[in-house]
Design a protein around this ligand. Sequence first.
Ligand code: KIV
Ligand code: ZN
Length: 515
Amino acid sequence: MSNRVIIFDTTLRDGEQSPGCSMNTAEKLEVAQALVDLGVDVIEAGFPIASPGDFEAVQAVARQFGDRAVICGLARSRDDDIDRAGAALQDAAKKRIHVFLATSSIHRQFKLKMDKPEIVRRTIESVQRAKGFCEDVEFSPEDAARTELDFLCEVVEKAITAGATTVNIPDTVGYATPTQYFNVIKCLKENVPNINQAVISSHCHNDLGMAVANSLAACEAGARQVECTINGLGERAGNAALEEVVMALRTRQDYFGLTTGINTQKLFTTSRLVSRITGMLVQRNKAIVGQNAFAHEAGIHQHGMLQERTTYEIMRPEDVGFQGTNLVLGKHSGRHAFRDRVTQLGFTLEDKMFEQVFNDFIALADKKKDVYDADITAIIDNRFGIVEDRWKLVSLHISSGTGAIPTATIQLQHGEEPVKCDAATGDGPVDAVFQTLERITGIKARLTNYQVRSVSADKDAQGEVLVEIAHEGHTWHGRAASTDIIEASAQAYLKALNKAASNVAPPRGEDQRGV
Ligand code: KIV
Ligand code: ZN
């Protein structure tokens, strides 16, 4: 058996199903580019029948990246789903249709209302139909981890006979435990006569916090594909985190004896990109890609590290692309030094973007003495999403204080139109800003999340603001950083309003997921 584990990334499909994480086609293409650069083997780009937006996104990813990774589209075991997936993937040189059908007794009885023979029949028919579009077909018995083992073996065997080249064993509801999941895979290996004709895959959800442990247990039992997402995004508590699975396999090569094709030095920037696009912040102590993942606070640890880093460090930060240099730049650092640092941090900026970011850096360095890597990342993140903006902030004035009614006066410009000015009061300065922005743009939204955190630790640190708004049934995010958190709040809210105002609705038309 090969010792190479196939990394199947489903950030654009299962990850995107996470509440508030919808991405439009342009955003999906940006993530797909990062996944290709990261070296993932298979990109599940979406669920083409779910909505016209999903179809368009899968098609675009297939056209742009179908020669560099296998592009996969999801389909229920229904003819129209499979045909739609086949059409979306048509232009990819490397393509896969992923068909799924639930097999557990709970799903058979309450969701599908199908008996076992019908499940088997539809499994065979749907795999055969998918084979009409491509050689590479994956079959998933949904809720496999709660399916009777003898029936699971039967379905898997029939799927392989019908032509499935990968059989995926989803723990759809995150119910499995590592030993139990290991035994499920082992049972398939021992009891399905044709199992060696297909790759066994794991797909674990994190409801009990065991998605990564279960995925690794599956690898130990013989699975050679892991389905996972960047930052562990996904339905409910998410999917197995790609960065954790990959670094566990790499760091404990001595134990697992397995490899992947991932360029681990790109993990940190890919995580940051997905966080920026989806608006899902990465918790500071998140394994591998959290800001504190490599921070040693305790004196005894620091002392040990100074003697020999392996005393307390099992991975080198640079192996996941975490620079952590904490070399500071200041206003006398030239363009050259700045460009070097931007490249070291893993960004490739076009000339125009670089100039804008460099100007932002000079402006920031005027306000704060030391500019850290996190500040540079924040100002680059700030710039993304501004280019297409409809409304731009021209000026902002706040009056607030004890005994005063918080009031915001704002000037905005929309394209080439004359600058518009308005003012509003609120129960605090941030509320006053949001009210004023809504008055000028004419977009009434509901604020569903608002978070502020400091980018670095010093007193003059930038504050990074994340807002989430609900507008006409959609969720939109905005993120911005500034040394002035009211300004960052205004910029973040404006980004979210601009997204709501844009014609690019997220891919959720006649959403048919979960049926
Ligand atoms: O969790 C799950 O069962 C899925 C399937 C569609 C593979 O995401
Ligand atoms: Zn899933």
